[in-house]
Design a protein around this ligand. Structure first.
Ligand code: ARG
Length: 459
């Protein structure tokens, strides 16, 4: 018989070391112990209430589980070599403590419904914590946006200066991304509402368990409607990994911008010493490490999502050992999210954005080209002709090294714009003319700040 194994009865010989090392999931799933103990306590209580086990056994089980939770919480719990996973470890210890009563705990339950129940409870808890971390990130962006309503910066397309925008407008773009991430997190919580316990190995269980009471005791909204789906699906985890991957991409783009903004070439911001590091060799360096790591970590978040989807595709129903791999992806992603959000919130909150440098970059050159073309259109020109004439003017400005706002009569003449009275072509005039909803005029950005604040407050 396979010594000390829950499933040892059917086996003649002990398992090999090579097999055990591959098969064991304890190093990964031991962190599920609080949910595992809580789930077992609710299960045992219900078994007694339904008359499936005796009240005396239920009390012994409960006392044993409370003690096991203490041991696990204080670090006194001693794992045994045969503890394959956290479920096995808890049941083994319970049996050591309370004998046959412990051997009754797994009545009307399988590790298949147990493990996904534990995981959904765990995920629900992490998702709730992460809403708060998302909120801190959004608050950091909002308060910087509030301070930079009147700071102008070039908006870029193709990495080229395109049009001036209010810096608050640029920062708020990230708040709206986070607002969508928040919605994806709400989908995750919803996906954790159905309690799998009672599904057994896959077919349901042959005892009159009260699934609704266990579900309620463990904070679920209701029992799952299909036992095969309940033990064989990992959709809630996929939903979470999608959230994490998408958030990772958002933070990566912000990180990428912070890295260039912090360069001497841009000089748009100065990082706080608490959120940057130095170079071991070059004494003058101050490096934007948090932003660089945010830029890079999205790769592993994307890989976690792809990894779990890869495990699931083509997997026949219902439970397969393949599903044990799910937790590595989940834990890696949620740990990464919890590393990234506080560091990025702090980086943004403490950065000193240089309105003077951003403003200088947004001034002059040809950033007002579209504003001049729009002016001609208001004078009755067809847009395409106006585009052509302003393009010719920009070319001659570039040749002479002048800015569009400073062209003289001869250049206007040469571009077919002789006699034109130039409108005001300042960056301020440019941003104020973009007064459509969602645009970058002062009034619209203030509206947007209000709306973004309200959205975040509703999280
Ligand atoms: N450690 C397993 C997992 O994480 C628990 C379920 C094992 N079920 C089984 N039939 N062997 O998936």
């Amino acid at each position: 018989m396979s010594e000390g194994r829950l499933w040892g009865g059917r086996f003649g010989a002990t398992s090999t070391k090579a097999f055990d090392r591959l098969n064991a999931s304890l190093p990964v799933d031991r962190r599920l112990w609080p949910e595992d103990v809580q789930g077992s306590r609710a299960h045992a209580r219900m078994l007694a209430e339904q008359g499936i086990i005796g009240e005396d056994d239920a009390q012994l089980i409960d006392g044993g589980l409370v003690r096991i939770a203490d041991e696990l919480g204080s670090g006194d719990f001693v794992f045994a070599p045969g503890d394959e996973d956290i479920h096995t470890a808890v049941e083994r210890r319970l049996t050591e403590l309370v004998g046959d009563a412990g051997r009754r705990l797994h009545t009307a339950r399988s590790r298949n419904d147990q493990v996904i129940t534990d995981t959904l409870m765990y995920l629900r808890g992490r998702a709730a914590e992460q809403v708060e971390l998302l909120r801190e990130m959004a608050e950091a962006l909002l308060s910087q946006a509030e301070g930079h309503v009147d700071s102008l910066v070039p908006g870029y397309t193709h990495g080229q200066r395109a049009q001036p925008v209010r810096f608050a407008h640029h920062l708020l773009a990230y708040v709206w991304m986070l607002n969508r991430d928040r919605r994806r997190l709400a989908v995750v919580v919803e996906a954790c509402e159905e309690c799998p316990l009672g599904s057994g190995a896959l077919a349901g269980v042959g005892f009159p368990v009260d699934r609704a009471s266990v579900a309620a005791a463990l904070g679920f909204a209701r029992p799952s409607p299909n036992s095969i789906d309940a033990v064989g699906s990992r959709d809630a985890l996929v939903d979470y990994l999608h959230f994490a991957a998408q958030l990772g991409v958002h933070l990566s783009r912000l990180g990428g911008e912070i890295v260039v903004w912090a360069s001497e070439e841009y000089g748009f911001l100065e990082l706080d010493d608490g959120f940057s590091s130095g170079s071991s060799m070059l004494p003058q360096k101050k490096n934007p490490d948090a932003a660089e790591l945010a830029r890079a970590k999205s790769a592993r978040l994307t890989a976690d999502l792809g990894g779990l989807l890869g495990v699931l595709a083509g997997l026949p129903l219902a439970y397969n050992k393949d599903l044990q791999e799910d937790k590595e992806f989940l834990f890696d992603a949620s740990d990464t999210v919890e590393l990234l959000l506080p560091a990025m919130a702090g980086t943004v909150a403490t950065a000193r954005f240089r309105a003077d440098r951003m403003g200088a970059a947004a001034d002059g050159g040809a950033l007002a080209a579209i504003d001049l073309a729009d002016h001609l259109v208001r004078e009755g020109w067809p847009f395409r002709k106006a585009h052509e004439a302003v393009g010719a003017l920009v070319r001659s400005c570039l040749e002479r090294g002048t800015s569009l706002a400073a062209v003289g009569d001869s250049e206007l003449e040469a571009a077919g714009l002789g006699g034109l009275e130039l409108p005001e072509l300042s960056p301020e005039a440019s941003v104020e003319s973009k007064a459509v909803p969602g645009g970058t005029s002062r009034a619209r950005v203030l509206d947007q700040l209000d709306a973004a604040r309200a959205a975040v407050a509703s999280w």
